[in-house]
Design a protein around this ligand. Sequence first.
Ligand code: SF4
Length: 314
Amino acid sequence: MDALVFGPVPSRRFGSSLGVNPVPFKTCNYSCVYCQLGRTRPLRTERREYYPTSQVVEEIRAALESSKGQVDFVTFMGEGEPTLASNLGDMVRRVSEFWEGGVSLITNGSLFSLPDVREDAMGFDVISPTVSAGDEMTFRRLHRPHRLFTLRRTLDGLVDLRRTFPGEIWAEVMLVRGINDSQGSIDSIREAIRSIGADRTYITVPTRPPAECRISAPEPDVLRRALDSLPGALDMTGPEAGEFEACSEDPIAHLLAIAANHPLREDQVAGILSSRFPENHVADAIKLLVDEKRLERKQYGRTVFYVSPPSGGR
Ligand code: SF4
């Protein structure tokens, strides 16, 4: 069964973030080359209720209660494009009845041309859309979207959102070497961000195993130039700061729920398991989870990550 709620996990934007999956694994209208969840097959464009509102809301309530005040944001994101959930607005309204902290949405930003999606977005404090291309060709190379979705449609929708949305819009720019890191690309991204009136801009790069093996981060000097070219942009390219919570009740279930959404470095896996296993047994515990095919080991650059294998309940 899919984990609808995971974490809290340390987030560079949202502090301690409780992740929520309102759609099943890889329910998305894009197939981004950098996606840490692999390729999208098939692309989906239909908005519908993938999970009952009450089920998602009750899982959020239980996770908040057991987190004992450690959560800063409840973040709708997860295993696909969250705005494809037609009950997203209902979920956020219900959560705000018992939760006074922040509620955020991480989205590819492509569906805000639809009035009902803009309406659903009103309950969020922060919306963080991807704005990683400023021209149509780069947009298609990077995101490989369903043919119904164009850059123009996406930006027009975000401009419409800005007119009525009272919260903050934090643009996320994913820079990929050889695709959108030329000075011309960065200039057009800057213009796209300006046009949607974003309150903040975060720059990020692929740091976890991507859908396509040749995808990598820009060279450091290119990254510096991009940061200089995007006024006020915040550098989110380093590894996450902060610890993953070492949940003492069931650390393995906790670990597997996070790994289904969020590739974990070896040290992060060890940190979570340390509440259950003595230090000298943690490596054996990880090996057993891999042997049992509950975790998959992946190398990206010099770093080893662990993810849930596609057959592991996804
Ligand atoms: S990165 Fe996000 S928008 Fe892109 S394919 Fe993955 S889930 Fe979809």
